[in-house]
Design a protein around this ligand. Sequence first.
Ligand SMILES: [Zn+2]
Length: 447
Amino acid sequence: MKTLKNHYGWILLFAVVISAAAQQKDNRAESWTVIRAGALIDGKSDQPRRDQVVIVRGNRIESVSAAATAKIPPGATVIDLSKATLLPGLIDSHTHIFLQGEDPAHGGYDANILNAPLALRAARATVSVRRALEQGFTTLRDVETEGAGYGDVGIKQAIEQGYIPGPRLFISTRAISTTGGYPLEGYAPELDMPKGAQIVDGPVEARKAAREQLDHGADWIKVYMTHRSWVGKNGELVSQPTLTVEELRAIVDETHGWGKKVACHVYGGIGLRRALDGGCDSIEHGLDLDDAAISQMLKQGTWYVPTISVYYTDWAAADTPAGQRDRLRASVHEQSFKKALKAGVKIAFGTDMGGIPWSEPIAQEFSRMVELGMPPMGAIQSATSRAAVMLDMEGKIGVVAPGAFADIIAVGGDPLRDIKVLENVQFVMKDGTVFKNESKNESSSRP
Ligand SMILES: [Zn+2]
């Protein structure tokens, strides 16, 4: 009897908690915010629209209309961005929040793993996600923790539970490569060094690793299909392949069964062929895409996340083999990007931040894309509505339109004239909450 009574007590308490939570949710759903925009790039349309009003209810966009005809709900908070250009929150589809640069002068990649305690890495990842949000990136696809295990699961939870500010995260946990296919390396063979990715050999181990990572919360599986690269006999870029087609197929089959996708780090050559034959959903970097690869990507609907900027960082001296390799990587990459763009391959914006220190502007990648021939609107869409399609979030993020989550940013100038203005984001709203407003004519008010 006593037990039963206790049960009633718990049920009552539970009901009170539930209804309090529901009440809070209702209050939020009833809050109205009105944003006046001088210009709106909605993430999907080919042309911007002038003098628009975006009405946000709770965490969703309720309506978008011309200022002249907009119906302002009574009691709404008004944010005046009538001198700014409004855009959807940006999406970076290739980041590493647990990586803090690979500058050889600071110990390179290895220092990230060898010198930093896990708590320090988590603290720095907390700063990385905050920096991304400050720069208008309201969503990241983070493609592995570089030896920090399932740390991204915790950071994602900390953001979702409101402990720390940060973007929506799509995480891939540990990533997968093969023996001989990932650092740390170059140490005495007697030492059992930690690796920056989960190492597998054979389809059974490959499938098991994917299962483990998916079980622990991976939204995507990240695999390395090439590792070392060097300049070949004929001056070409050569890349060492890692996973076999059989190993990759086991991973892709498993991951697709969970309704999720596989992102493949790959440069070119044998590894690229295996990546496409094995059914990768996105090609990361893709430095050396030949015509066969491009036509296979078109046929299979494979995404391309080029990450151009990072290949201009940390070059070795020009007269060394590594230095020549570094320069060749950048030059073949440019050609691959131009060919893919011309052919109509699906391109999503990605930076490899983490490989680039988080102190640098994330939006620098836009300038690289535009310099190589991508129209500014195409570059913006690759970081908004296009990326949202890749992430299976079409209509929910990457667009300023009714029904979408209220992830909205603003810049002072016109990014279609000068793409660099995206490096200076003045206003950031994520999920209906204003995170930052440095707009000059800010005048939030209640009419
Ligand atoms: Zn990367």
